[in-house]
Design a protein around this ligand. Structure first.
Ligand SMILES: Cc1cc2nc3c(=O)[nH]c(=O)nc-3n(C[C@H](O)[C@H](O)[C@H](O)COP(=O)(O)O)c2cc1C
Length: 192
């Protein structure tokens, strides 16, 4: 198996990180890999925001916590979200897995391909991270929060344009553990 395929197959979501910041040259390569993802009509309308500052990471975590506290769970709320809302009641709750770096991919709301383009960029970044010995995990808390004033003010502070929506985020750092892959489902159907 070639190195690219091996990298794809061995990547896992990492939720536990060493207490060590991502090297600047590795972060640059990961962001570069994201920027070379395909995008509909080649628009590249995304923006990649990398946060490494501990105070800003703390602010993001606290905004997620406070925004979750404002969500009222209903009968249709997914049990995972209900657990998150419950977790948010504790003041010391951590939503970013204590990752030293947090990557936010935002994109133009008006671009019909924004979600697909952003997902491809995030996929490239996760694979690039793995190839460099780093771990990552897609985190959907920030993207899924209702767009309240509290959330929008945070995005403005992070210089995310008013015309953008956050489509996905990544916790990024050097992995503490190496989880096993789940069994692959039988989803392949070849018509020859
Ligand atoms: C769109 C998307 C959203 C995800 N959201 C979360 C999340 O909010 N929290 C989390 O811990 N993992 C999240 N994950 C990671 C998945 O749980 C993980 O990819 C899946 O269990 C398969 O594991 P693997 O990535 O190790 O192969 C997300 C993955 C994707 C693709």
């Amino acid at each position: 198996m070639n190195a690219v395929l091996k990298n794809i197959i061995t990547r896992r979501s990492i939720r536990s990180f060493q207490d060590k910041q991502v090297l600047a040259e590795d972060l640059d390569l990961i962001l570069l890999a994201g920027s070379y993802a395909p995008s509909g009509r080649g628009l590249q309308s995304w923006k990649f925001t990398a946060v490494q500052n501990p105070q800003v990471l703390g602010k993001i975590n606290e905004t997620i916590r406070l925004a979750l506290r404002e969500v009222t769970p209903g009968p249709e709320t997914h049990p995972y979200v209900v657990r998150l809302i419950e977790k948010a009641k504790r003041e010391d709750s951590e939503f970013l897995f204590h990752a030293p770096t947090y990557l936010i991919v935002s994109n133009e709301v008006k671009n019909v391909n924004s979600m697909a383009d952003s997902a491809l960029a995030l996929g490239n970044m996760m694979l690039a991270a793995h190839s460099l010995g780093l771990g990552s995990c897609w985190l959907n808390h920030l993207p899924n929060l209702p767009p309240t004033q509290r959330v929008r003010s945070l995005l403005t502070e992070l210089n995310i344009p008013e015309t953008h929506k956050v489509f996905g985020t990544l916790a990024l750092g050097y992995p503490k553990d190496t989880p096993r892959a789940a069994e692959r489902k039988d989803v392949i159907h070849i018509i020859r």
